[in-house]
Design a binder for this molecule. Structure first.
Ligand code: UT7
Length: 329
């Protein structure tokens, strides 16, 4: 029997309706559209508005649409890996909350925290359960409500992040399609440059931590930029070398959307021309775990069976990684 590989058999996404433009940000902090566009490539981002709505509420419509598209019921899902940095609650896992909301009664699941590299880590993790034969339907979800941890008085972070994401279904494939390889890396020494200071066990939330704005994302942008630009390009080049892929072999580069300059540097290092690089950062900003599935969803109709896709991400942790797959439909 030929080897079992984990193939993506359906994708879907969701972005909330509210559009936060650079022009609106100009009324909130000392910034301007020209600076944001030239430094990041971001024009607007989506924000989940409304009381009582969390990350799982964006995942529900995306997963429901995915199931309908694939023609399967929620009861058929065996495992949910929910990649997020903004879970509905510190516990229980948002995977459990999602399973309840969509009626995935036979699934087990867990949250995966790898910041912006989460979806790449999640696909690589989900693939193990398919390749081993343990499961046949694994749902990998990547969503963030970044607006819940962003200080809209901090121009260093509020211009970058947005809300949204998507999901992918992994199923077994024996035709040589699906996830072929992944290279995953991390270095916890980078944690001081991008993190949320309070709200964890190290510094539980208190009046003092709220007054000090420590429940918001903190980023030393320039340092993160330097690591991201080098490491994301490096890991994408490594997966090409390992799999003897030339730029011509690659149909699409699917990069994490943190900064257009980081995306361009990665594509240049790989020798990939701009027409093969998926970019929607202009419309969504950085949705953390949501960027790559949002890209897959929006470009789905352009992919052809057998297309070689390379995914690449870098994020807080530090975490970074690249994944090589053959599109299966
Ligand atoms: O996805 C997870 C990983 N995260 C990333 O990959 C993000 C990586 N970092 C970045 O994308 C960039 O560092 C930022 C977009 C966050 C910032 O861009 P930068 O080119 O690194 O700007 P900077 O922080 O070096 O600031 C340059 C100047 C400073 O002014 P002076 O000191 O040169 O006078 C800042 O005060 O730009 C100023 N500045 C701004 N000006 C207008 C910083 N933020 C803003 C702003 N609007 N929003």
């Amino acid at each position: 029997m030929s080897k079992i590989q984990a193939a993506i058999t359906a994708v879907h996404g969701y972005a909330p309706e509210y559009v936060l433009t650079n022009h609106e940000l100009e009324t909130m902090v000392e910034t301007n559209d020209e600076w944001i566009m030239s430094r990041t490539g971001i024009k607007e981002r989506r924000i989940l508005k409304g009381e009582g709505l969390g990350t799982s509420d964006m995942a529900v419509p995306a997963v429901k649409a995915l199931l309908e598209k694939r023609g399967i019921s929620a009861e058929e899902i065996e495992l949910i890996i929910f990649c997020t940095t903004t879970p509905d609650m510190p516990f229980p896992a948002t995977a459990n909350i999602l399973a309840d909301k969509i009626g995935a009664k036979n699934a087990w699941g867990f949250d995966l925290q790898a910041a912006c590299s989460g979806f790449v880590y999640g696909l690589a993790t989900g693939a193990q359960f398919i390749e081993s034969g343990k499961h046949t339907k694994v749902l990998v979800v990547g969503f963030d409500k970044m607006s819940s941890i962003i200080n809209y008085q901090d121009r260093a972070t509020c211009i970058i992040f947005g809300d949204g994401g998507g999901c992918a279904l992994l199923e077994p494939n024996t035709e040589g399609l699906g996830i072929i390889d992944s290279v995953l890396k991390s270095d916890g020494a980078g944690r001081s440059f991008l993190h949320q200071k309070a709200g964890g066990s190290l510094k539980p939330a208190s009046h003092e931590t709220v007054d000090a704005m420590e429940h918001y994302a903190y980023q030393e942008g320039q340092t993160v930029f330097k690591f991201a630009v080098t490491n994301m390009a490096e890991v994408a080049a490594e997966i090409m070398d390992r799999n003897r892929l030339t730029p011509d072999d690659i149909a699409w580069l699917v990069p994490h959307q943190a900064n257009k300059r980081i995306i361009d540097a990665t594509a240049n290092r790989m020798g990939i021309s701009a027409d093969k690089v998926i970019v929607n950062i202009e419309r969504y900003g950085n949705t953390t775990n949501g960027t790559i599935p949002l890209c897959l969803w929006e470009w789905e109709s352009k992919f052809k069976k057998g297309d070689n896709l390379v995914l690449a991400a870098f994020g807080g942790g530090f975490t970074w990684g690249s994944l090589y797959l053959k599109w299966a439909y």
